[in-house]
Design a protein around this ligand. Structure first.
Ligand code: ZN
Length: 431
């Protein structure tokens, strides 16, 4: 570990944050792999200046000689970068309480699906919900993730299924994005085929949905679920190539239950990330190690379904950059805390605390193609967490707490307890 050097002269700043007992951050943007995945920089007794929402100066407090319009003293507390949650399905309506009861009673998921439960129930409820209700419920979930430390949150469509349903979902995500105090990254997810018209649906996705989403700027990312019960690698390739032709970044759900070629496809097409990987073995890890995709792990799914976690330890050891996400969804991962996703990765994916922090910050940013978040330094967005304990590892040692004391996005407090004028629109909604 080494300390970042003070740089970036800033005679005037909007705000100076002083009283940072210890600031811990990845060194800079870009996916970290292998030993770098555990590399954190530590700066004691630091100060950080914010101008236009970005860090304009960072260094030892005694070295600051500029002028700031406003000063905030953190009283010696620790600071880490705001967390990035690069994989969520938080836009849905309805609930799966009956499914949970059935699952606990031993009813297989296939039978729950066959009687109209599971994802079908969520698709129906989401389509039937008034837009205001869909937004209210989703806004509350986003506020949960923010309270847990997330300052950038990816949100997928995927419960609309039809062209019209997916467009409506992305329009709702655009509303969340416009009002949120944190950064929201929309993704078009092609979730499941239409069992009654597989080819027709695929054609509608390629000929109408993807061009329309790209032309209207509703999403810059395209995701496809590659699985026996979803799309084959061959079908997914057609969808992804169409997305690529329309300028979309690519990501995949792959190897959740079966390794059927999704990882190979992701690496071949240069996807930014490949997510899940619970069923990945040596062969898939080798393929990933030779590519550039970030492996995004979702330990909430392993916990909820009682299945072995993705091979996080082996991936890091093989030099694959690993990221973490909640996969917040009503079925396989009702996990409303990004911090808890990181904490679970120590237990379920055998990551070490420093690796998990890098996975939840700069590597998660890389999975989304973002260079200005996930680290703290001159040029980064002033997204940061103020910690309740002097040692940042407390954040990942506890399960369900202690969470961050304060959450800051673009240099302003946005957590639920922030004083009124500080916080943005999301983060206030009682959930
Ligand atoms: Zn997912």
């Amino acid at each position: 570990m080494s300390g970042p050097r003070a740089k970036g002269a800033a005679p005037t700043a909007d705000r100076l944050i002083v009283g940072i007992g210890q600031l811990v951050t990845p060194a800079g943007p870009g996916a970290k792999r292998g030993p770098q995945q555990a590399d954190l920089q530590v700066l004691d007794d630091a100060a950080l200046a914010v101008t236009d929402g970005f860090v304009s100066w960072l260094g030892p407090a005694v070295a600051w000689n500029g002028v700031a319009r406003d000063e905030v003293d953190l009283g010696g507390r620790g600071v880490v970068p705001g967390l990035i949650d690069p994989h969520t399905h938080l836009l849905w309506a309805g609930d799966r309480f009956d499914d949970l009861e059935a699952r606990l009673a031993g009813v297989p998921y296939q039978r729950i699906l066959a009687r109209g439960g599971g994802i079908h129930a969520t698709v129906r409820a989401t389509a039937a919900a008034p837009r205001s209700e869909l937004l209210r419920a989703s806004r509350a979930r986003l506020a949960d993730l923010v309270a847990s430390g997330a300052t950038t949150v990816e949100v997928k469509s995927g419960y609309g299924l039809s062209v019209e349903g997916e467009l409506a979902a992305l329009e709702a995500i655009a509303t969340l994005r416009a009002e949120a105090a944190v950064r929201v990254i929309p993704t078009l997810l092609i979730h499941l085929p239409d069992p009654d018209d597989r080819l027709g649906h695929l054609q509608a996705v390629i000929e109408r949905l993807i061009p329309d989403v790209a032309a209207r700027g509703l999403a810059a990312r395209l995701d496809v679920f590659v699985e026996r019960e979803a799309f084959s690698p061959r079908e997914a390739e057609r969808i992804l190539r169409s997305g690529r032709a329309h300028g979309l970044d690519l990501t995949l759900h792959a190897d959740q239950f079966h390794a059927i070629g999704g990882v190979d496809l992701a690496v071949r097409l240069g996807a930014r990330s490949v997510d899940h990987l619970e069923a990945s073995g040596v062969e898939q890890i080798d393929i990933l190690a030779q590519g550039s995709a970030v492996a995004t792990l979702l330990p909430g799914v392993s916990l909820e379904l009682g299945l072995p976690g993705a091979p996080g330890r082996a991936l890091v050891d093989a030099g694959v950059p690993v990221a973490l996400a909640t996969d917040l969804n009503p079925g396989s991962s009702p996990l409303h805390s990004t911090t808890l996703a990181l904490a679970l990765s120590l237990r379920l994916n055998r990551l070490r605390p420093a690796e998990a922090l890098v996975a939840g910050t700069v590597n998660a940013a890389a999975a989304l193609g973002l260079a200005d978040v996930g680290w703290l330094g001159v040029g980064a967005r002033a997204d940061l967490l103020v910690l309740p304990e002097p040692d940042w590892r407390a954040l990942l040692h506890g399960l369900g707490g202690p969470g961050p004391l304060e959450v800051w996005a673009a240099g302003r407090r946005v957590d639920r307890h922030a004083p009124g004028p500080e916080r943005g629109a999301v983060g206030l909604e009682p959930s």
